[in-house]
Design a protein. Structure first.
Length: 390
């Protein structure tokens, strides 16, 4: 089955830019410091309300209605509630499986964070720290989490598979994103020694993760390896005879394409999509199923200002004064063209997941977020930025 999906990001793994109000009254920039900036009572209350309201059964009905068949659910390493001060969220994932099965939707579980982080991004749980792979104890902890998830959900009707770790960075992306500069650490002592993951480590971890996950899952389920932002280097590893039902996950954002030198224009984006995304995916699909696990319509051209690789208001960017304000009709046309071009590229592979299903940003009353509403798939569909069936 061709996967047409969406991420349920910012539900069980928080990202400040997607719901800034959750962080009100604190100076926390990430999930690690939020409980350390609030009293236990206030933290628990905020988390419980957020989780109960952000995603519900109604959302699964909507996802089905707009023509999608799969959701990717980012979960944290503390999902089982065994890493205080964080609050576990396994009950929420239980509910998601029940909702998904009611509406004939499948779930890809994505372990989105690791202790001490696998990338140093804000979405890795703690900004500017990337030391997980240097701690054998924490690597073992993650492997145990993966095995427990596989045993709990691996035979469920709605289960598609598990991604052992989201976006582990290697040297190239570490430098492209300038992780220490873009995500300055709060605790420099804790961040000391942070470094990108090596491919040798990822090969070893992925082998071990496969051995923990695969034996506990049904015959049509997948172990989905993220490509560490290097889609074309996995052929020898991923075609090992011992692997059954594996898939490669690649994340392709136009804002990253811009950082790689893509021209900030409609023609520039479409040329890049066709010559990079489509061709590379077609090549990789010839030896392993490949899926675009994250992508969106966001780009600097439509925003009207160079976003410098998608830097947000939280990074000090202000999008109030756009250099080339576009009419709504022009914006709709541009987004539709970019949606069609990217959807055509994903057709060369096994499917996609849009990032993200929803955001809690007010781009009308808070104009400094102008242009960021296209990250919200529900809004993009409603406004016709996604033409026809998604």
């Amino acid at each position: 089955m061709y996967v047409k999906g969406v991420n349920l990001g910012n539900w069980l793994v928080l990202e400040k830019w997607m719901s800034p109000a959750l962080f009100d009254g604190t100076d926390a920039e990430d999930e690690y410091y939020l409980p350390r900036s609030l009293s236990p009572e206030v933290y628990e209350a905020r988390i419980k309300v957020h989780r109960s309201e952000y995603i519900s059964e109604r959302d699964f009905a909507t996802i089905k209605r707009i023509g999608l068949n799969t959701v990717r659910i980012p979960v944290p390493y503390f999902i089982f509630g065994d890493r205080p001060p964080f609050i576990g969220c396994i009950k929420e994932l239980d509910k998601a499986f029940s909702w998904a099965e009611k509406y004939d939707i499948r779930i890809l579980i994505d372990l989105h964070t690791a202790p001490l982080s696998q990338n140093g991004f804000d979405n890795g749980g703690i900004c500017g720290v990337c030391k997980w792979s240097q701690s054998p104890e924490e690597v073992d902890f993650v492997l145990n989490v993966l095995e427990k998830l596989a045993k709990r959900y691996g035979q469920r009707k709605g289960f598609m598979g598990i991604t052992p770790i989201n976006e582990p960075v290697t040297k190239e992306m570490w430098e492209t994103m300038d992780v220490p500069g873009r995500y300055p650490p709060v605790d420099k002592e804790l961040a000391a020694g942070s470094a990108p993951n090596t491919m040798e480590f990822l090969h070893d971890f992925y082998n071990k993760a496969y051995d923990r996950i695969h034996p506990n899952t049904k015959d049509d389920a997948y172990v989905v390896f993220h490509d560490a932002f290097q889609m074309k280097v996995w052929k020898e590893f991923i075609t090992q005879p011992r692997f059954e039902h594996v898939m490669l996950d690649t994340h392709q954002y136009l804002m990253v394409a811009e950082a790689m030198g893509c021209e900030q224009s409609l023609n520039g984006y479409i040329k890049y999509i066709q010559e990079n995304y489509a061709q590379d995916i077609e090549e990789v699909q010839s030896y392993v199923p490949v899926i675009c696990g994250e992508w969106c319509l966001f780009n600097s051209y439509v925003v009207g200002v160079d976003t410098k690789g998608g830097q947000s208001v939280l990074n000090g960017m202000d999008y109030t004064e756009n250099e080339n304000e576009l009419t709504e009709e022009t914006k709709k046309h541009l987004y539709a063209q970019l949606a069609n071009a990217q959807l055509a590229a994903w057709q060369k592979g096994s499917g996609y997941f849009y990032w993200n299903y929803k955001l809690l940003l007010d781009t009308v009353n808070e104009p400094h977020w102008k242009g960021w509403d296209c990250w919200d798939l529900g809004k993009s569909v409603d406004l016709g930025w996604f033409p026809g069936e998604v």
